[in-house]
Design a protein. Structure first.
Length: 244
């Protein structure tokens, strides 16, 4: 019995590590695609793509994943990829938006609908939850090894054209108008190492996941995140404070 418990715990930790790694790869894939789409697939002539490829290498992302993102951006093989957003409700009525990039809308829609259904949620109509999110430029600068106070960071962010900033123990989160994100990024990049610089959907209100629905909710987000067609998952939800 103890052997079974030990194996179960090991598998549980491995599953959590795999899910975390999958989300990191998903984020890098999205950034690779966006950089290649904007500036071409040659890293020598596209500094942003070179930066994202360096991040992929540092994260031990498989070369096949990197190449898949570049192929999507360049349309290799004649495949036409389309960006589609899906909106739905997780367990307990929490709002979830899914950004996908797909060459087969039927396959992607079926997989996303199945994920919601299997984990106690439901796929909604267009506009059903998007009003709970604002589209913003989002830049993250980690505090680790950074000797700068909040006032200085705020002034630098505002001088670069940002709208707002939120500071926490481990990071500075900077918010911009989507149209200004690249200029703000360029203005800050000379002074700071940016962990994240992207346009994303930020929730303007959040709902706490009911305690009895946490495992279902986490399983839903993990399944959505692990789908190769999914670029990002946006959540207008928070887990209870007593749940890690």
């Amino acid at each position: 019995m103890s052997g079974h418990s030990k194996w179960h715990n090991i598998q549980g930790r491995k599953g959590a590590q795999d899910a975390k790694r999958g989300k990191i790869f998903q984020k890098i894939s999205r950034n690779l695609y966006q950089a290649a789409k904007a500036g071409g697939v040659d890293p020598d002539g596209n500094p942003q793509l070179r930066l994202e490829m360096d991040k992929a290498k540092a994260a031990n992302m498989p070369k096949t994943n990197v190449q898949r993102a570049l192929d999507k951006a360049s349309g290799v093989g004649g495949a036409k990829f389309e960006e589609i957003n899906y909106e739905g409700y997780g367990p307990g009525g929490t709002a979830v938006m899914v950004s996908a990039l797909t060459d087969n809308k039927n396959r992607t829609a079926s997989a996303i609908r199945s994920a919601f259904t299997h984990h106690g949620g439901s796929l909604g109509a267009s506009g059903s939850v998007s009003y709970l999110f604002d589209r913003k430029g989002y830049i993250v600068i980690l505090r680790d090894g950074l000797d700068v106070d909040e006032d200085t960071m705020l002034m630098d962010a505002l001088d670069a054209g940002a709208d707002d900033m939120k500071a926490s123990d481990d990071r500075f989160e900077i918010f911009t108008d989507p149209s200004n994100m690249q200029s703000v990024r360029d203005g800050l990049q000379g002074k700071y190492n940016l962990d994240t610089a992207e346009v994303k959907m930020i929730p303007n209100t959040v709902t706490e996941v009911p305690e009895g629905k946490v495992s279902q909710y986490v399983a839903l987000i993990d399944e959505l995140s692990e789908n190769d067609d999914v670029q990002d998952v946006y959540e207008a939800a928070k887990l209870p404070d007593n749940v890690e």
